[in-house]
Design a protein around this ligand. Structure first.
Ligand SMILES: Nc1nc2c(c(=O)[nH]1)N[C@H]1C(S)=C(S)[C@@H](COP(=O)(O)OP(=O)(O)OC[C@H]3O[C@@H](n4cnc5c(N)ncnc54)[C@H](O)[C@@H]3O)O[C@H]1N2
Ligand code: MOO
Length: 640
């Protein structure tokens, strides 16, 4: 068998050290000033290469500042209320409008409101005009030769106006850096191609294109290149010729076909391969023919972070501009975070303000979970050599959204249901300023979050085994000392989700014991898990007999996905999730999915809107179309 050589040992250089090595080597190629001339019309957001000096003055002539009459000031002297003065048209005054030139012998303007008409040719004034009153002198705004903007200045809309007034039509600007983007991987397809198992949609390079544009560069995205050493090498050489900066996506790690670093070593200088940052470890920094080249890991979150860390700075440096200052805020961590000692780790965070406290909940940390970036309000960095951060500790967070939208967010922590996304959309559609953010930690996890004062509401479905009553008993038990209410939500059908046409002929919970049946579970503390354990106990089934009992998912949809993809035969979940994934559904029972709330939040305007949505016709119509739900009195409040 042919032996394939892999790059097993990557370095683990800290980000700042990696930047130093990289920028030291490529600084010269970035600093060589590259300029071009553009029309002022097209200069918005461009960076001026030189200072711009006005060629003409503005106003270009002495101009009237008011509508009225132009007069010769010394002919008006002596006028007052007791001795009004009469002036003769064309000799002592002319009519003039704002912006009109003042011509000799006139040297002042009297506003029309202060002029009394005597006849067609005569006016009377009761106040003398001082020389140049109500006249905008030539050059009042801009004097010819004056600097309008300095070099290395980002052109704004008002700069454009001022340049045009100063007689400037063209401007020398820093050339936008051209950034070549090469996606690699035999499995990579264009977003519009047909998807099939094993194929990966090239989302990264389109994301890079948008990032390049945002930061002021010109992207050039090449078609995906298969994992072939020579083809990738050829494309990199072409891209180096056609661009100022080159990024190569994927093929950065230790796979058999991860060629990028080897190619850079062959045709240029490999400066760094492996950075102590997570996600993003296998990042590659190099230089080919004097042009910077960055190898970006394939996982989308890693890709985003490596691009933000290295390529953004390159694009900015190339244009001679500084990165904008990041905004940081302190928050309370709501979920324990463990981290590796080897890397600086970027954790995406959901933020919300509950009773004046900024609560930070970590989102999914997988490098492939793009949605963690979509949902993130901020990012916290766990430094290298820190093992973890405990619940309740204060952490520093880089803000990605504005504080106002975070303050207008209803923080929901608890059980998962599809209706949470629907409610989030409905409330935001109706009240654009309000957001609803949901963290899915299971019903009990939600109750604990309420107890710690970290959530406004907590969706729960907790069955009391003794009374058969949902939710109320658990709240009485766990939140004894709090003033708590329950907002009624929906009744929903729980059942077994199985593949279409039920190939394993599963019909009840009893089948979970079967040798040939693999189950997928929900996490401890989730209402669905409590329901399962209750049913197993009722039927005297030992959970060690259920294959897959220890494999835990945190949402109904991820359970449904596991069944659809075939890693499990069956999972317990709600009918709407089974329907959304095209699975068959065997009902087990109906449960009550309600919202626990600290009673004082019922006065909060956001919560009032939330209840209004629960009671709305729109919401009940939506439930109807989802299937598997019933409502009786949504939005009814029960004091506990
Ligand atoms: N044995 C080891 N395996 C891996 C290591 C390691 O150190 N040892 N590192 C892991 C880490 S960390 C990362 S990050 C990835 C980096 O992978 P590559 O850069 O080599 O990329 P691929 O393996 O080709 O792809 C990985 C993954 O990325 C997604 N992808 C790729 N291209 C695109 C694209 N254009 N658009 C969207 N998504 C893309 C896709 O999910 C691929 O499966 O390696 C680990 N492995
Ligand atoms: O470094 Mo990888 O990017 O952790 O996922």
């Amino acid at each position: 068998m042919k032996k394939t050589k892999r790059n097993i040992y990557l370095s683990n250089i800290e980000v700042n050290e990696a930047k130093k090595l990289f920028f030291n080597e490529i600084n010269k190629s970035i600093k060589d000033k590259k300029e071009e001339t553009v029309s002022v019309y097209d200069s918005l957001n461009r960076i001026s290469a030189k200072p711009i000096f006005a060629e003409i003055s503005s106003p270009y002539f002495n101009a009237s500042a008011m509508d009225g009459i132009a007069v010769i000031s010394n002919k008006t002297y002596g006028a007052d209320e007791r001795n009004p003065k009469r002036l003769k048209i064309n000799e002592e005054y002319i009519y003039i409008d704002t912006g009109d030139p003042i011509k000799e012998p006139f040297d002042a303007v009297i506003m029309i409101e202060d002029v009394a008409l005597v006849d067609d040719e005569t006016v009377e004034i009761i106040k003398a005009a001082s020389p140049w009153q109500h006249v905008r002198p030539m050059g009042e705004d801009i004097v010819a030769g004056e600097m309008i903007i300095p070099a290395y200045h980002k052109v704004t809309p008002v700069d454009i106006g001022a340049m045009l007034c100063g007689g400037i039509l063209d401007i020398d600007v820093i050339k936008k850096p051209r950034v070549g983007i090469i996606p690699t991987g035999t499995e990579i397809i264009e977003p519009e191609d047909n998807i099939e198992v094993g194929k990966i949609i090239d989302s990264n390079s389109v994301m890079f294109e948008a990032m390049v544009k945002t930061y002021g560069g010109i992207p050039k995205r090449y078609k995906p290149i298969p994992d072939d050493y020579e083809l990738i090498k050829e494309k990199i050489l072409q891209a180096v010729k056609e661009n100022d900066i080159v990024v190569v996506n994927a093929g950065s790690s230790a796979g058999r076909e991860d060629y990028t670093s080897k190619i850079i070593k062959e045709i240029g200088n490999l400066i760094v391969h492996g950075v102590a940052v997570k996600p993003g470890k296998p990042a590659i920094l190099g230089n080919v023919e004097g042009k910077p080249i960055v190898g970006i890991p394939g996982y989308p979150v890693s890709a985003y972070i490596v691009f933000e860390t290295f390529v953004k700075e390159l694009i900015y440096k190339y244009q001679g501009i500084k990165q904008e200052k990041k905004q940081f805020i302190k928050g309370t961590l709501s979920k324990r975070l463990m981290s590796s000692l080897k890397h600086l780790e970027y954790v995406r965070m959901k933020l919300g303000k509950v009773s004046g406290k900024l609560v930070a909940t970590p989102l999914n940390r997988g490098a492939g979970v793009t949605m963690s970036l979509v949902k993130a309000d901020g990012i916290t960095k766990i430094p290298k050599n820190v093992e973890g951060i405990e619940v309740g500790e204060t952490i520093e967070i880089e803000l990605l959204k504005d504080m106002e939208s975070i303050e207008n967010t209803i923080v929901s922590i608890g059980s998962h249901d599809l209706i949470m996304d629907i409610l989030a959309n409905m409330i935001h559609e109706r009240y654009h300023e309000i957001n609803l953010s949901s963290a899915h930690v299971g019903s009990l996890g939600g109750v604990m979050a309420l107890k710690r004062g970290e959530a406004h509401i907590s969706p729960i479905h907790l069955l009391d085994e003794k009374t058969g009553i949902y939710n109320i008993e658990h709240l009485k038990k766990y939140l004894k000392n709090k003033n708590i209410s329950l907002i009624k939500g929906v009744k929903r059908l729980q059942g077994l989700m199985v593949k279409k046409n039920n190939p394993k002929k599963i019909s009840s919970i009893n089948d979970l014991e079967r040798e040939d049946v693999v189950f997928v579970n929900r996490q401890k503390g989730s209402g669905t898990r409590i329901l399962l354990d209750f049913k197993l106990k009722e039927l005297n089934i030992d959970n060690s007999k259920v294959k897959g009992y220890d494999r835990e998912m945190t949402t109904h949809m991820t359970v449904a996905s596991a069944v659809l993809s075939g890693t499990a035969d069956v999972g317990l979940g709600i009918q709407s999730s089974a329907k959304a994934m095209g699975l068959d559904f065997i009902p087990i029972g109906e449960e009550e999915y309600d919202f626990a709330i600290i009673s004082e939040f019922l006065e909060d305007e956001k919560i009032k809107r939330f209840i209004e949505i629960l009671k709305s016709k729109e919401f009940s119509v939506m439930l109807e179309s989802l299937g598997g739900y019933k409502i009786e009195e949504p939005g009814r409040i029960i004091n506990i």
